[in-house]
Design a protein around this ligand. Structure first.
Ligand code: GAR
Length: 211
C-alpha cells in the first residue's frame, strides 16, 4: 500500500509559497507528500496559474459567493473531503475558516504566518500589514512561523520558526521579501515533509518533531 499523502494547498494571491512547495516536490523534498489540488479563494489568484503550469488540479471557492463564514467553511470542508486531503496547507490563504473545518482536520492543517508568533498575529494581521506593524514597533528581529491551524486565528501548535534581522532601512516590502526568501520558502516545505513522513506529534497544545 502506498504511503503517499495527498497535500491540498489553499491560496488567495500570488502563490510564492505554493511555488516553493512545487519546487521542493520537483527536487524530491516533500517526502511522502504529493500536491494533489490547489484551492483558491479568488478566481484571479496568480497561484492558480502556477498550479496549472505544473499540471496540478485547481478549484476555486470564492468567499463572496457564500453568505457567511459558516456556509463557506462547510463548502470548503466538503471540497477537502472530496479531494481526500491528508494534509491541508494554508499558503497565503487569507480567509479564516470556522471550527467545522478545523475540527474535521484537527492537526492536519498547517499555516505559514510571516512573523514570529505570538508577535504580530491574529485577526487583521496578514500579508504586508504584518511587516508594517513590525517596523512600527521597531523590533530587531522578525521571521515566520509554521503552525497547526485551530479555530483561534494563528494560535495553534507551533511546528517551525526561524528569525531574520530587521534592518534600519527596511520597508515593509523589503522585510517581507527577506522573510519569504530566507524563511517562509524554506520552513513551509520542511514542515510539509516532516508531517508527511509522520514526524510531528501534538501533545498538550505543543508540537514535537522527531528528527
Ligand atoms: C506570505 O507572506 C504569507 O506568509 C502571508 O501572505 C503572504 C502570501 O504570499 N500569509 C499571511 O499573512 C496569513 N496570515 P504568497 O501568496 O506569495 O505565498
Amino acid at each position: 500500500m502506498s504511503n503517499t499523502k495527498n497535500v491540498v494547498v489553499l491560496v488567495s494571491g500570488g502563490g510564492t509559497n505554493l511555488q516553493a512547495l512545487i519546487d521542493a516536490q520537483k527536487r524530491g523534498e516533500l517526502g511522502n507528500g504529493k500536491i494533489t489540488c490547489v484551492i483558491a479563494s479568488k478566481a484571479d489568484a496568480y497561484a492558480l496559474t502556477r498550479a496549472k503550469d505544473n499540471g496540478i488540479k485547481t478549484r476555486v471557492l470564492v468567499r463572496k459567493d457564500y453568505d457567511d463564514i459558516a456556509s463557506y467553511s462547510r463548502a470548503m470542508k466538503d471540497a477537502l473531503i472530496e479531494e481526500k486531503a491528508d494534509l491541508v496547507v494554508y499558503a497565503g490563504f487569507m480567509t479564516i475558516l470556522d471550527e467545522t473545518v478545523c475540527n474535521a482536520f484537527e492537526n492536519k492543517m498547517i499555516n505559514v504566518h510571516p512573523a514570529l508568533i505570538p508577535s504580530f498575529c491574529g485577526k487583521g494581521y496578514y500579508g504586508l500589514h504584518v511587516h508594517e506593524e513590525a517596523l512600527k514597533k521597531g523590533v530587531k528581529v522578525s521571521g515566520a512561523t509554521v503552525h497547526f491551524v485551530t479555530a483561534e486565528c494563528d494560535a495553534g501548535p507551533i511546528i517551525l520558526q526561524k528569525a531574520v534581522d530587521v534592518l534600519e532601512d527596511d520597508t515593509p516590502e523589503s522585510l517581507q521579501l527577506r522573510i519569504m526568501e530566507q524563511v517562509e520558502w524554506k520552513i513551509l516545505p520542511q514542515a510539509v515533509k516532516l508531517f508527511c513522513d509522520d514526524r510531528i506529534t501534538v501533545s498538550n497544545g505543543k508540537a514535537y518533531i522527531k528528527y
